[in-house]
Design a protein around this ligand. Sequence first.
Ligand SMILES: *Cc1c(COP(=O)(O)O)cnc(C)c1O
Length: 361
Amino acid sequence: MTQIQPQPGIMQIELYQGGAAHVDGVSEVVKLSSNENPFGPSEAAIEAFRRSGYELHRYPSTDHAGLRGAIADVHGLDADRIICGVGSDEIIHFLCQAYVGPGDEVIHTEHGFAMYRISTLAAGGTPVEVKERDRVTDVDAILAAVTPATRLVFIANPNNPTGTMIGGNELARLAEGLPDHALLVLDGAYAEYVDGYDGGAALVEARDNVVMTRTFSKLYGLGGLRVGWGYGPRAIIDVLNRIRGPFNLSNTALATAEAAVRDQAYAAKCRAENARLRVWLAQALAEHGVQCDTSMANFVLARFADQAEAEACDTYLKSQGLIVRRVAGYKLPQCLRITVGDESSCRRVAHAVGQFKGGAR
Ligand SMILES: *Cc1c(COP(=O)(O)O)cnc(C)c1O
């Protein structure tokens, strides 16, 4: 019998639970469990995807110059300080692999994204969970949790699954308050949904201890393709590039993401439609006695009386072919996270929650 053992920390990882996509016995389901763009990718992206089929015998670019250039153009950034990954998950993973090892601590918030903990443990580090204040990131609590062992601080802004965000002054105060041996990582997976928000890019420019991560999985509707990117100080991006696989992104992924980011007219349309329907959905839920925090993202966090009511509502929604996300794993057992779908999905989910609250079970 082999005696080989995995590295310390790995067996503490609990497998990531993706959003469900099927309900037994129900054929017409609406998936509102993974914060996907209900309108799908832009036509330009689909066209680039198709064209890439003719180039599949070619190895992809190793430097991602085309995609980095497009991102830099659109966001007004320095292309040399952009790194692209297999989803922003891979950028998170690179950061942990590069800067975290046994004895090092990584701070994340109480209701923070699961990948921060998973990537920390995979690197042999120790995740440190910090309380939020009424489901909002608490900068003072984070600064109080910093120790000489802290290496990374992960904040999603807006946060998943709460949908809340903190302002630029608070982000700057957090970055300013960190010691020299720690980096602030601003996860901007939902930044594209916030009108006028740069995801923290200006803070990256102004400082040497902030990294921003972004994704094509949400607003750009390319979750199935797996493309994300990071922006940071040159020295840090140089470190991350050393551990990045040379061919981590396929031709198809690079070409499709480039077309998607260049189609800002489509992105603006999706952003506006999401904002309109998010307000409508939150208000419709409130009329049925279900409160949500003001969300800045493409989902709302619906709060029920307790875990039993949230689970009963989830079961009822499933029976109606509506799949939403239970978030007990994010320490929010009394809540359900509902992605803002298209108009008919929003109407269906609001109607079903109304029926449930009115006594239908
Ligand atoms: C969806 C999401 C991501 C994006 O992950 P990808 O690997 O880019 O698909 C990152 N962070 C948060 C908080 C998310 O919700």
